[in-house]
Ligand binder design. Structure first.
Ligand code: 1CP
Length: 342
């Protein structure tokens, strides 16, 4: 059903899945994860990653599964090792200059990434045909933020500073990341994913000119090169924080669908975007955390504005770890009741 909507179909109720639908808010995930302290080792173990992928689909009967992996497997595979520090997030040795970029390798689908592709194939074999399997990557810009900052950042001064001072040198890193993400997504499609999502989580920290150069252009190149190998693969773009630049992002990149963060007005998106592509979003994850009548009202308002579609229900960003799983069940139930309401 997700695929029908991405092809331009309209469905009431709309298909529903949630960014970060697997993970710490689920007790069955915490139990599985507690056996493997190292997060990337968990991602690189097919038996564990398959189970983590399937857990939320089983519990909530969602319309799609998203591969359990992380955007940071890309730098890890290019020779910039990534570790996860409990409670602090990812850590990398920051790329300091063009010499460090030159030292990076390309992405080879062997070893640990071969394990990720085994996860894809196994999950696909376990899912009912009507449940879509979503592959993903981080957009080149978002990957570059982690690689240049060395982890999460408050002001993105190092990566934005490099892009402004030395756009040609920084562009070499972005070009390498376009190639690496094309190779990763191509391998995921070869292994069995039905659709891919490009997470540009930090697109919104760029000034308008930088957004065009470092978010739109690399994403456009990535999609064109992926489609030269897989012409029909649906692509969901998620340029978080893009705001008024969303129509330009959609027109230029050629995405099949665009994911909205929670700051985007659903009525504005219906006017400005539904004529261009399918739209996905955008309940605030904190509203899901709160649950109850406030959540019901917000869901009704999003469905009221967008459910004529093509529309996919989702959050505006990932499920927060403290979210009660019952709230997710109530959310899916409310979205599914849209059929009778319509
Ligand atoms: O210990 C744990 O369990 C680690 C928590 C965790 C999980 C569950 C991390 C660390 N990554 C993931 C899985 C993950 N990451 C998935 C698959 C699961 C699913 O969606 O159901 C996906 C799609 C991602 C994508 C991802 N990783 C993004 C883009 C989406 C987003 O949230 O904006 C980003 C920015 C990351 C980096 C990352 N990985 C993990 C953390 C805590 C972070 C964020 C670091 C930061 O604060 O900047």
């Amino acid at each position: 059903m997700l695929l029908d909507v991405l092809r331009g179909g309209r469905r009431q109720p709309p298909p529903v899945w949630l960014m970060r639908q697997a993970g710490r808010y689920l007790p069955e995930y915490r139990a599985l994860r507690s056996k493997t302290p190292d997060f990337l080792s968990f991602c690189y173990t097919p038996q564990l990653a398959v189970e983590a992928t399937l857990q939320p689909v089983r519990r909530f009967d969602l319309d799609a599964a998203i591969l359990f992996s992380d955007i940071l497997v890309v730098p890890d595979a290019m020779g910039q090792p990534v570790s996860f520090v409990e409670g602090e997030g990812p850590r990398l040795e920051a790329l300091a200059d063009s010499a460090a970029v030159e030292a990076l390798g390309g992405l080879r689908i062997d070893g640990r990434l071969a394990a990720v592709m085994e996860t894809v194939a196994t999950v696909r074999a376990h899912l009912p045909r009507e449940t879509a399997l979503i592959g993903f990557c981080g957009a080149p810009w978002t990957l570059a933020t982690y690689m240049v900052e060395g982890g999460p950042s408050r002001d993105f001064a190092a990566v934005k500073g490099w892009a402004v001072r030395d756009p040609d040198g920084f562009g070499v890193l972005i070009d390498r990341l376009v190639t690496a993400t094309v190779d990763l997504l191509t391998a995921q499609v070869d292994a069995g994913v039905d659709v891919v999502q490009i997470f540009d989580t930090w697109a919104g920290v760029l000034p308008a000119s930088g957004f065009r150069r470092w978010s739109i252009e690399p994403t456009k190149a990535l999609i064109a090169r992926l489609r030269s190998r897989h012409p029909d693969i649906p692509v969901i773009g998620f340029p978080r924080g893009a705001g008024v630049n969303l129509p330009e992002y959609v027109r230029e990149t050629g995405v099949t669908a665009v994911g909205l963060d929670s700051a985007v007005s659903p009525a504005w998106a219906a006017r400005e975007l539904l004529g261009l592509c399918a739209v996905q979003g955008n309940l605030d994850p904190v509203t899901l955390l709160a649950g109850g009548a406030a959540m019901e009202r917000e869901v009704a308002s999003i469905l009221g504005a967008l459910s004529d579609g093509p529309f996919v229900f989702n959050l505006g960003h990932g499920v927060l770890p403290s979210t009660p799983p019952e709230h997710v069940a109530a959310l899916v139930d409310r979205v599914r009741r849209q059929a009778s309401a319509a």
